[in-house]
Design a protein around this ligand. Structure first.
Ligand SMILES: Nc1ncnc2c1ncn2[C@@H]1O[C@H](COP(=O)(O)OP(=O)(O)OP(=O)(O)O)[C@@H](O)[C@H]1O
Length: 344
C-alpha cells in the first residue's frame, strides 16, 4: 500500500508544454483513472510516474519520498501496456516468472508466487500455454499477473483494454477492479473512455491540456461536472446556451419549465441537462416532436426536435417517431464563464 503525490509536475516534449503544473494525490489502495481526450497528457504523466520520462519541474512522491530521479527498474512500480508485450516463445508460467527470475529469487518462491498470481487472474490451468493460444482478454490477464507478481507498490495501466472488443472490455475491467480491491494495490489507470473511468475508479482525474480539470469520485463527477468541458466529456449531456431570468431558464425564445429549485443567477449562461433529467410530461411542458428513437436495452433514447437543434432524453415508456410530446427539465446545471455556478 502506498500513497502517491504529484506535486506541480511540468513536462515539455518536442518544445511543447504537455503537462502543466499537475497536482494529484492518490491515497493508499485507491484506483484512480486519468481520463481525457487524446493528447491531454495522460500517457506522459503515467510514463513519468513509471520513470520512463523525467519531469522538467515538480516532484513525484511515493510515501512522502521523492522518486523522480530513480530509474524505472529501481522504482516500486509495475506497468501494464496497451500491447500486452508477452514473450511469444515462453509459456504463461515463464512470462509471469520472468521478472522474479531477474530478481534471482529461489525456484520455490518463484513457483509459489507465480501460481498465486495466475490464481488471482484465474489462469492456473493455462500455465503451460503459449500466448498465441490465448484470447486477447486472457493475454491481458497474463500481463496483469506479470505486473502483480512483482508485488509493486504502485500498479500503472496504460489503456490496458483498448485492444479488446466492447463486451470483453467490460468483463476484463470488472476483473481488474476486483483484483485491485482484493490485493489493495494503489493503481493508476489511463483511459480515454469515460464509461470505463466511471465504472471502476475510486476517483477520476479528468485532464485537459496537461492540467487537472476535475478530480472526484465518479458519482460526484457525474452529478456536478465543475466546468462545461467536463459536462460535455463525462456522460451523455445536453449542452445549451441561454439565459436565466427571474429564476427560469430561457433558451432562444423558449421558456422551459424547470421542476428543480429556481435559478439563482441572472443573465447569460450555459445550461447542462442530462438526458435522464429531460422529462416528458402530459401537460405544462414545452412542445417538441420526436425526431429519432433508439432502443438502449431497458430504456429508449429519444432525440427531440427543438428550435436550437436536438434535445436528448431517456425514457422508459414508448414514444413513436413523429409524435408530439411535452418536456420539462427536472434538473439542470448552470455555468457562467465555463464554471459551474449552480447545480441542483
Ligand atoms: N516524444 C514526443 N515528442 C513530441 N511530442 C510528444 C511526444 N510524446 C507525446 N507528445 C505530445 O504530447 C501530447 C500529450 O501526449 P500523451 O501521449 O501524453 O497524450 P494522451 O493524453 O496519453 O493521448 P492518447 O490518448 O492519444 O495517448 C500530445 O500532443 C503528443 O503529440
Amino acid at each position: 500500500m502506498a500513497k502517491l503525490v504529484l506535486d506541480g509536475i511540468v513536462k515539455h516534449l518536442g518544445g511543447k508544454l504537455v503537462v502543466n503544473k499537475l497536482n494529484l494525490e492518490v491515497a493508499s489502495g485507491e484506483l484512480v483513472c486519468l481520463l481525457g481526450a487524446s493528447g491531454c497528457g495522460k500517457t506522459t504523466t503515467l510514463r513519468m510516474i513509471a520513470g520512463f520520462l523525467t519531469p522538467d519541474g515538480g516532484e513525484i512522491l511515493l510515501d512522502e519520498k521523492p522518486i523522480s530521479r530513480i530509474p524505472p527498474e529501481r522504482r516500486p512500480t509495475a506497468m501494464v501496456f496497451q500491447q500486452y508485450a508477452l514473450w511469444p516463445h515462453m509459456d504463461v508460467f515463464h512470462n509471469v516468472a520472468f521478472g522474479l527470475q531477474l530478481r534471482k529469487l529461489s525456484k520455490q518462491v518463484i513457483e509459489k508466487r507465480v501460481r498465486e498470481a495466475l490464481g488471482l487472474v484465474r489462469l492456473e490451468e493455462y500455465a503451460r500455454s503459449y500466448p498465441a493460444r490465448l484470447s486477447g482478454g486472457q493475454q491481458q490477464r497474463v500481463a496483469l499477473a506479470r505486473a502483480i507478481v512483482l508485488e509493486p507498490k504502485l500498479l500503472l495501466l496504460d489503456e490496458p483494454l483498448s485492444n479488446l472488443d466492447s463486451k470483453l472490455r467490460i468483463e476484463v475491467r470488472e476483473e481488474i477492479r476486483e483484483i485491485q480491491q482484493r490485493v489493495g494495490i494503489t493503481t493508476i489507470f489511463v483511459t480515454h473512455d469515460q464509461d470505463e473511468a466511471l465504472s471502476i475508479s475510486d476517483r477520476v482525474a479528468v485532464m485537459l491540456d496537461g492540467h487537472l480539470e476535475q478530480y472526484e469520485p465518479p458519482d460526484k463527477l457525474y452529478r456536478y461536472p465543475r466546468t462545461t468541458y467536463v459536462a460535455g466529456f463525462v456522460g451523455s449531456m445536453n449542452l445549451l446556451h441561454g439565459a436565466t431570468r427571474a429564476g427560469r431558464v430561457v433558451i432562444g425564445d423558449i421558456d422551459v419549465p424547470c421542476t428543480w429549485q429556481s435559478a439563482q443567477v441572472e443573465g447569460e449562461v450555459d445550461i447542462a441537462v442530462r438526458p435522464e433529467d429531460v422529462r416528458l410530461v402530459q401537460e405544462g411542458g414545452v412542445e417538441a416532436r420526436v425526431k429519432q428513437r433508439m432502443q438502449r436495452g431497458h430504456y429508449q433514447e429519444l432525440i427531440l426536435d427543438v428550435p436550437w437543434g436536438n434535445l436528448r432524453t431517456f425514457v422508459s415508456n414508448d414514444a413513436e417517431v413523429g409524435a408530439q410530446v411535452q418536456y420539462v427539465f427536472q434538473r439542470a446545471l448552470i455555468y457562467q464563464d465555463g464554471v459551474l455556478v449552480q447545480g441542483a
